[in-house]
Design a binder for this molecule. Structure first.
Ligand code: EPU
Length: 423
């Protein structure tokens, strides 16, 4: 039960290097199950979710080695899945990380079967997996949902035209990975357009797959007979990028984010500029300059290229430091406002409905003991603590460490007073 203890009010100044994207590396690691060849994945972030995916792949029989390279010691991971000895993801591993469901598609493709413990709802919403199941069934899988497990089985998979009811990120990814060996073409319509889906497409094509259209709303996969090993560098984490832009903005800081892809954060940059944040972009960096005051601004989360739900909690924390009313609409998940209750403890004035939160910003928060209920809620509370007067203790930082590499070290590197306390 570790916590972050933050003394607020320090202006952040300096450089932060952005890590590889969590939501890219997880499906890409799962996709390495599709080949007997060695996959080398560069820019692997050191995250608890990556460690969970390592346990999953190792349990299935894959061999994994880590290494580091370059001046800054960027990590890479080598995965060889030449012999798979299992096809099941336990309830324990699924409990640790619900995105473990991204192994369903690769296992079905490679082994013709999978068994995963059925994920329940989580602290951000009910999160069903019906689009994944229906997509895999359409490709020819027989799926049973019994006794808390989802069992899938298929002789051979056959390409189909699949229309998603909603552009689900991991459903798009699962179907892409299930379709790479299918007979004939698969078309995914209303596909998710997130950069992480494009990154997966690039990884799969590097292995010899034929996938086109990722980044647009129709993805086409033409089945192939074999896939080989590949070397790939994952894209920078656009949510980590956005989180540190907000950290700089809240503290009136002057921070350069390096090794990032500004265009993946376009929606965040546009809205933050509207809120008065002074942002400059280059090819692979973003500079946040000190601004005078934050302006209240409305945010509506949407699938990419809209404003990301994974930045909604951080935007809410930021709006507590603006004067005036901001409306925050959550359109992706049905329960993603738990951070609001914690911000109230810090003196925020927020009214929460089912999909709408009204933030009446007073321009200040005061430090308090708060609890992270999920990854991005935790990030939002750290941001609130950085800008608050006095001491903030953020409990439950295990959630944060699932998805932010060395947040404490990165923030200390730019002058934050943040300490990790055990127990
Ligand atoms: N949905 C269904 N049925 C499905 C799948 C999704 O109804 O079968 C609904 C969900 O309940 C939700 C909406 O569709 O209301 C969109 O969910 P989506 O499937 O796109 O989310 P996801 O693939 O489970 C990924 C990210 C999340 C991120 C969302 C939305 C990964 C590993 N996870 O989840 O990341 O919030 O897309 O962008 O890529 C995070 O990093 O903090 C995180 C939660």
């Amino acid at each position: 039960m570790s916590s972050f203890v933050i003394q607020g009010g320090r202006r952040l100044e300096g450089q932060i290097r952005v890590s590889g994207a969590k939501n890219s590396i997880l499906p890409i690691m799962a996709a390495s199950l599709l080949t007997r060849g060695e996959c080398v994945i560069r820019s692997t972030p050191d995250l608890d979710d990556v460690a969970t995916m390592v346990r999953i792949l190792t349990n299935l029989g894959a061999k994994i080695r880590f290494g580091s390279e370059g001046d800054g010691g960027r990590r890479y991971i080598r995965i060889t899945a030449d012999v798979l000895t299992g096809y099941e993801i336990s309830a324990e591993l699924m409990g640790d990380m619900r995105s473990s469901i991204v192994v369903m598609g690769p296992l079905l493709s490679r082994l013709g079967k999978f068994r995963v413990s059925k994920p329940g709802g989580c602290s951000i919403g009910s999160r069903p997996i019906n689009f994944h199941i229906r997509g895999l069934e359409m490709l020819g899988a027989r799926i049973r949902d019994e006794h808390g497990y989802i069992d899938g089985e298929a002789g051979s998979l056959v390409g189909r035209d699949i229309h998603l009811d909603f552009p689900s990120v991991t459903a798009t990814e699962n179907i892409m990975m299930a379709a790479v060996y299918a007979e004939g073409p698969t078309v995914i319509r209303n596909a998710a357009r997130e950069p992480e889906v494009v990154d997966l497409q690039n990884f799969l094509n590097g292995m010899g797959a034929r996938v086109a259209g990722a980044g647009l709303d129709t993805v086409r996969i033409t089945g192939t007979k074999t896939l080989h090993g590949v070397e790939h560098t994952v894209i920078p984490d656009r949510i980590e990028t956005g989180t540190y832009i907000a950290a700089a903005a809240i503290t009136g800081g002057d921070v350069v984010l390096t090794d990032t892809t500004p265009e993946h954060a376009d929606a965040v940059i546009a809205k933050f500029r509207e809120a008065g944040v002074a942002i400059e972009t280059g090819r692979d960096f973003i500079r946040v300059r000190p601004q005078t005051a934050l302006r209240s601004t409305d945010f509506k989360t949407m699938p990419y290229p809209g404003f990301p739900t994974d930045m909604q909690p951080q935007a809410m924390a930021m709006m507590c430091f603006a004067r005036g009313t901001s409306l925050i609409t959550e359109n992706i998940f049905d329960k993603r406002f738990a951070h609001a209750d914690e911000l109230l403890r810090m003196g925020a004035a927020i009214e929460v409905g089912s999909r709408l939160a009204v933030v009446r910003g007073s321009g200040r928060l005061s430090g308090a003991r708060v609890r992270a209920t999920d990854l991005r809620a935790g990030a939002a509370l750290v941001l609130a603590g950085l800008g608050a007067q006095g001491t903030t203790t953020v409990e439950g930082i295990g959630h944060i460490e699932r998805g932010y590499e060395n947040m404490e070290g990165k923030l200390r590197g730019v002058g934050a007073d943040i300490e990790r306390v055990e127990g």
